[in-house]
Design a protein around this ligand. Structure first.
Ligand code: S3P
Length: 437
């Protein structure tokens, strides 16, 4: 058991979501900006960096390897040391709760001249790592982990990697990005085929650092790099954090809100499509491009939602939004069915089980399947929910509290700080009746 103080949220029923909201910077893009900035030539400036525990874990790991990072909260400057400039570290690298950091960095560290040991918190230590270890071994990495295929990962440095052709067995941007980072160092070309599209932030950002990937249909290739060139990255607000307010505004009558400057990359934004199919009233305004990423202001008004069968092809492109989407499903007339979402079982918690537990605790009729869930329109009656230490489960049930008959208390909420440290303040200002203790 961690020694952390396990805080809780208490949300009282009522209120709606109104005004203009800016949620913090995108977590996925913030990690990648640090990683590429660290191994680029020159100084990279990152604007809108997410000051969350996960991205700060990535920053700390690079500081352990000799990278100077100036963190002035709204602007982060990374002094790049070049492709081969990282230093050996003498302590295990602790990635906290962050699956993205550890999986991407396993690719980068497999190519270094020094040894590395990678560890994380209770949750991260149980998450599957063989998906990255297997292809990295094929690339000639010397890499080991526990017998269960979990952390700690131990890498013996000094091996020259070689490019591979790899068809991804699982739709995972973390796996794809891990191999692209290893591919920067591998002799020849590293090619990855993805049968289902996953978020493409790494591919886009490599272009910004002057080492573009080659795309051919669903095949992405990267050549060994001599250098990356430092740049300025402006990070949009995180769509996955905006998701909680998209749902809250949709289900609380009288809501009318604009979420500003949100990343709407098409490999991330399928939740918009899912919510539209459910009857949500969502409009994208002022669509523009920023540092190679599409960005928009999202205008949401409350509406009557109806249950749907969620199209399976949208699942990988909305993977982090399901805790929020499933709350919307409970409020939607009729039945909603989610399938093809087994990956939810290996996130920060088993999100299918965690959502089911929360639904049972608050009076919602739902049934878990191996790869999804069936949810019947029912009333949140109130109760106590265990977030299982998962930030997105905690925030999803906070949203449910707004439409509940009696208050909902959510326990074990410390990890909300991994992705959305000021969630309570922003939610309160927008109209949620939430207390944090
Ligand atoms: C992420 C990819 C997704 C997502 C995670 C962030 C990324 O994981 O769930 O929160 O930044 O690459 P998978 O790629 O494992 O599905």
């Amino acid at each position: 058991m961690s020694s952390k103080n396990r805080s809780s949220f208490q949300v009282k029923p009522g209120g709606n979501i109104s005004g203009r909201i800016t949620v913090p910077g995108d977590k996925s893009i913030s990690h990648r900006a640090l990683m590429l900035g660290a191994i680029a030539e020159g100084e990279t400036t990152i604007k809108g960096f997410l000051q969350g525990e996960d991205t700060l874990a990535t920053a700390k790991v690079f500081q352990q390897m000799g990278i100077e990072i100036e963190n002035n909260s709204d602007v982060v400057k990374v002094k790049g040391v070049g492709i081969h400039g990282l230093h050996a570290h003498n302590k295990a690298l602790d990635f906290g709760n962050s699956g993205t950091s550890v999986r991407l960095m396993t690719g980068l560290l497999s190519a270094q001249s020094f040894n590395s040991e990678l560890i994380g918190d209770e949750s991260l230590m149980t998450r599957p790592m063989m998906r990255v270890i297997k292809p990295l071994r094929t690339m000639n990495a010397d890499i080991n982990c526990s017998d269960n295929g979990t952390l700690p990962i131990k890498i013996s440095g000094g091996n020259q990697l070689t490019g591979i052709d790899y068809e991804m067995p699982v739709a995972s941007a973390q796996l794809k990005s891990c191999l692209l980072l290893a591919g920067l160092y591998a002799e020849g070309t590293t090619s990855i085929v993805e049968n289902k599209a996953t978020r493409d932030h790494t591919e886009r950002m490599l272009g910004a650092f002057s080492h573009p990937v080659i795309r051919n249909g669903n095949k992405i290739s990267i050549n060994k790099a001599d250098e990356l060139i430092a740049t300025e990255i402006i990070i949009p607000a995180d769509f996955s954090s905006a998701a909680f307010f998209i749902v809250a505004a949709s289900i609380c009558s009288g809501s009318d809100v604009i979420l500003e400057n949100v990343g709407v990359n098409p490999t991330r934004n399928a939740m918009l499509k899912i919510m539209e199919l459910m009857g949500a009233n969502i409009e994208l305004q002022n669509v523009r491009e920023q540092s190679g990423e599409p960005v928009a202001d999202i205008h949401i008004k409350s509406s009557e939602l109806k249950g749907i069968d969620i199209p399976e092809e949208l699942v990988p492109v909305a993977i982090d939004e399901f805790p929020a989407i499933l709350i919307a499903a409970a409020c939607a007339k009729g039945t909603t069915r989610l399938s093809g979402a087994a990956e939810l079982r290996v996130k920060e918690s088993d999100r299918i089980q965690a959502m089911l537990d929360g639904f049972i605790a608050t009076g919602i009729k739902a049934e878990a399947t191996e790869d999804g869930m069936i949810i019947e329109n029912s009333e949140f009656k109130g109760g106590v929910v265990n977030s299982h230490g998962d930030h997105r489960i905690a925030m999803a049930f906070a949203v449910a509290g707004m439409v509940s008959k009696k208050p909902i208390q959510i326990n074990d909420c410390d990890n909300v700080a991994t992705s959305f440290p000021n969630f309570v303040d922003i939610a309160k200002n927008a109209g949620m009746n939430i207390i944090y203790d």
